[in-house]
Every structure is written in structure tokens, then in C-alpha cells.
Design a protein. Structure first.
Length: 207
């Protein structure tokens, strides 16, 4: 799929402030600093579209970007930010939980995982919660450029094993590097196919 337009729409603190949910929406979530905002910039070929930072906790709100006038990409704040206060963490989980559970046009949530790490409990808990709530999701392994092939295969295998403990079928998984532009085509094709599926089945949102 060719991206011919990618436009920042708004940042929202609460679900109720989000733009009208009348188009298919794809959101990015994962631990702070995993590379969510960088990935959005890589996918859209627009460097400064989503704000990135080497310090975790950069994205604090729900950010909507309209792509090709036709669907939304959503950048979410990261979870597991160690320095956040307890109350702000609680407020954050409520805001994100509410968004994930009630955003009707959210067709897929991409959960980002850092390729450098072995499976982390916080990610597994989050993934399992999505399963319980029947939220459609896929996994994206990020920062592939930071690991050797061997290291990645090892971590990937461990991840798959862990997931098999609770899932009969593994979710769709993508490998990416925003730095080296790896995985752009695969993710955009996945979104394109999903959009086509929705159109073919006349699944529209609030129109
Ligand atoms: P929060 O908004 O704080 O939750 O973080 P985020 O998940 O949006 O991460 P962000 O995109 O801001 O990236 C965090 C850091 O990782 C930045 O310093 C990026 O340059 C770096 N980074 C992101 N993706 C990649 C990648 O694919 N390769 C490398 N080498 N660095 C990356
Ligand atoms: Mg961010």
C-alpha cells in the first residue's frame, strides 16, 4: 500500500475526546521506549509525525493520525514506565483500558515487543488480558537492528513457547526495525488486507 497522506489529527486524554470513530483504526501499544512512535514514523515515511525520545514516557496521550484520508493509526503511551508515580500509572491504565475496551472502530491492536529481551511478564500479562477481553491483536518485534540473527531467533523461540502455554494458535507476528526500515511492507499489507476485508463485508463504523 502506498501512503500518500499522513496527518496528525489530535491528542486526547480520554476516550470521549478522541476523534469520531468512523474509520478503521489500528493502534500501537507496548512498554515505554519499545519504539511505538518511531514505528509510526517509519510506516508513514514521515520522520517527525509522532514524537519520539530516548527517554521513556514520551507519549502521554492518545494520538490519532489519519492515513490516506481513510483509516487511523493511533500512538498510545507506553506501559511499565518505572519512573511514573503510582497514581499516574493507575490513571494511565484506566485511560488505556477504557480506550481498548470501548473504541468500536479499533480493528487491530499492535503490541510491540523489544527484540532484545526474553519474554517479560508485563507483556505476557497484557497479551493474556487482551485474549480474555477478545481484543484482536498482533505482535511486532522492534529494534531488530540491535540484535544478532542468532539472538533474535533465541528470543523469538522463547516467546513462542511462552505464548503456546496459553494460546492454541499464535497471533500474527511481525519483525521490524524503524532504523533500518524493516517490516514496513508487511505491516502495511496486513492493514490493507484488513481494510479490504472490512469493505468487502460492508463493515463500516458510524457512517
Ligand atoms: P514512549 O512514547 O515513551 O512510550 O516510547 P515509544 O515506544 O514511543 O518509543 P520511541 O519511538 O520514542 O523510541 C524510543 C527510543 O528507541 C528512541 O531513542 C528511538 O530512536 C529508539 N528506537 C526506536 N525504534 C528503533 C529501532 O528500530 N532501532 C533502533 N536502533 N532504535 C530505535
Ligand atoms: Mg511514544
Amino acid at each position: 500500500m502506498t501512503i500518500y497522506s499522513a496527518e496528525f489529527i489530535k491528542s486526547s486524554k480520554f476516550m470521549e475526546d478522541c476523534p469520531e470513530g468512523n474509520k478503521p483504526e489500528y493502534a500501537f501499544i507496548g512498554r515505554s521506549n519499545v519504539g511505538k512512535s518511531s514505528l509510526i514514523n517509519m510506516l508513514t515515511n514521515k520522520k517527525g509525525l509522532a514524537k519520539t525520545s530516548s527517554t521513556p514516557g514520551k507519549t502521554q496521550l492518545i494520538n490519532h493520525f489519519l492515513i490516506n484520508d481513510n483509516w487511523y493509526l493511533t500512538d498510545l503511551p507506553g506501559y511499565g514506565y518505572a519512573k511514573a508515580s503510582k497514581s499516574s500509572r493507575a490513571e494511565f491504565s484506566k485511560m488505556i483500558e477504557n480506550y481498548i475496551l470501548s473504541r468500536k472502530n479499533l480493528v487491530n491492536l499492535f503490541v510491540l515487543i523489544d527484540s532484545r529481551h526474553l519474554p517479560m511478564q508485563i507483556d505476557l500479562n497484557f497479551i493474556n488480558w487482551l485474549g480474555e477481553e477478545e481484543i484482536p491483536f498482533s505482535l511486532i518485534f522492534t529494534k531488530l537492528d540491535k540484535v544478532s540473527q542468532k539472538e533474535f531467533s533465541f528470543n523469538f523461540k522463547k516467546y513462542s513457547q511462552k505464548l503456546r502455554e496459553t494460546w492454541d494458535e499464535l497471533p500474527e507476528m511481525f519483525k521490524t526495525s524503524s532504523e533500518k526500515k524493516i517490516g514496513q511492507e508487511e505491516i502495511l499489507s496486513f492493514i490493507e488486507d484488513t481494510n479490504k476485508y472490512l469493505a468487502r463485508n460492508k463493515i463500516y463504523f458510524g457512517e
